[in-house]
Design a protein around this ligand. Structure first.
Ligand SMILES: NC(=O)c1ccc[n+]([C@@H]2O[C@H](COP(=O)([O-])OP(=O)(O)OC[C@H]3O[C@@H](n4cnc5c(N)ncnc54)[C@H](OP(=O)(O)O)[C@@H]3O)[C@@H](O)[C@H]2O)c1
Length: 276
């Protein structure tokens, strides 16, 4: 039986994950900002804590409280997060700071705090919910993409630091999933910019509005795949979820390889000439 710590389990992917973990017999400590979901049937294996991840002290406190609840932390899932949509040029400092506090700094603070417990256990699994926007972003999400790239980079370096300590890391990059993510109850809509951005930011925002609550991805199925990864002998460092994520990631990698090859001669031309 594993003990999971999941942030943002009020709804969406976090709630699906909590249900899947409880359904498989594990224990769950989950965080919510306000109203807890109705999971009373599993009350003896469930602990709900309150935390707004924009408050740095909350992010650290809940990890200590989570450990205290069941005496171990086997899996931590940094799931709580939101999207900031709009033009990069018109984003404000306040929007940027809040976004990075919730989507980047809180997951890093939570991970740092949990690592002390996991090191003592000699085992643990850190799951960071990033996004395909953290690997292959489009327009209208530049700040969100920056935040999710940051969490991807953190995960990759961290994995190498903690592997010898028996701790695993998985960065999960979902494509578009049918949650409240694009809803006005979740996403923050910044300024979509002037006419200059109509064909890029404006068009992307219109597309996102259209797909809201009609996304291809099923969060309950995503939760099952994350459970499979946790139970795997050899879990992936990078896990894509959804056929759209797979397609976008492949296109991005192909473009990257093509671009690298096109500039290869000049890339290597910057080395010092080896002495004769
Ligand atoms: N759905 C997608 O298409 C998609 C794609 C790629 C990545 N993701 C990522 O998946 C994760 C889960 O999103 P979702 O799709 O399940 O969206 P969601 O339905 O909007 O759920 C978001 C969750 O994060 C919580 N949250 C947001 N801001 C918070 C804050 N300041 N403090 C504490 N909790 C906060 C929400 O709590 P409240 O109920 O209190 O607001 C909610 O539990 C996010 O990290 C998101 O970036 C989603």
């Amino acid at each position: 039986m594993k003990v999971w710590f999941i942030t943002g389990m009020s709804r969406g992917l976090g709630l699906s994950l909590a249900k899947a973990a409880l359904g498989s017999g594990d224990k769950v400590v989950g965080t919510v900002r306000s109203n807890p979901p109705n999971l009373s049937a599993e009350a003896d294996r469930l602990c709900i804590l309150r935390a707004d991840m924009s408050d740095p002290e909350n992010a650290v406190r809940v990890v200590h409280d989570a450990f205290a609840a069941f005496g171990r932390l086997d899996v931590i899932v940094n799931n709580a997060g939101y999207g900031l949509l709009g033009a990069a040029e018109t984003s404000t400092d306040a929007e940027m700071q809040h976004l990075f506090e919730v989507d980047v700094f809180a997951p890093i603070r939570i991970t740092r705090t949990a690592l002390a417990y996991m090191r003592r256990q000699g085992s643990g699994h850190v799951v960071n919910i990033t996004s395909i926007a953290g690997r292959a972003p489009g327009p209208a999400i530049a700040l969100y993409a920056a935040a999710k790239h940051a969490l991807e980079g953190f995960s990759v370096s961290l994995a190498q630091e903690v592997a010898p300590l028996g701790i695993k890391v998985t960065a999960v990059a979902p494509g578009q999933f049918r949650t409240d993510f694009l809803d006005e109850t979740s996403a923050r809509l910044g300024n979509s910019g002037q006419d200059a951005y109509a064909e890029t930011v404006g068009a992307a925002l219109a597309g996102l509005r259209q797909v809201n609550h009609n996304q291809l991805g099923d969060p309950d199925r995503a939760a099952q795949v994350i459970l499979d990864a946790i139970r795997s002998e050899d879990p992936p460092l990078h896990l894509l979820l959804g056929s759209d994520a797979l397609r976008r990631a492949r296109e991005k990698l192909d473009d990257l390889v093509r671009e690298m090859a096109g500039w290869e001669a000049r890339t290597v031309s910057t080395d010092h000439t080896a002495p004769e």
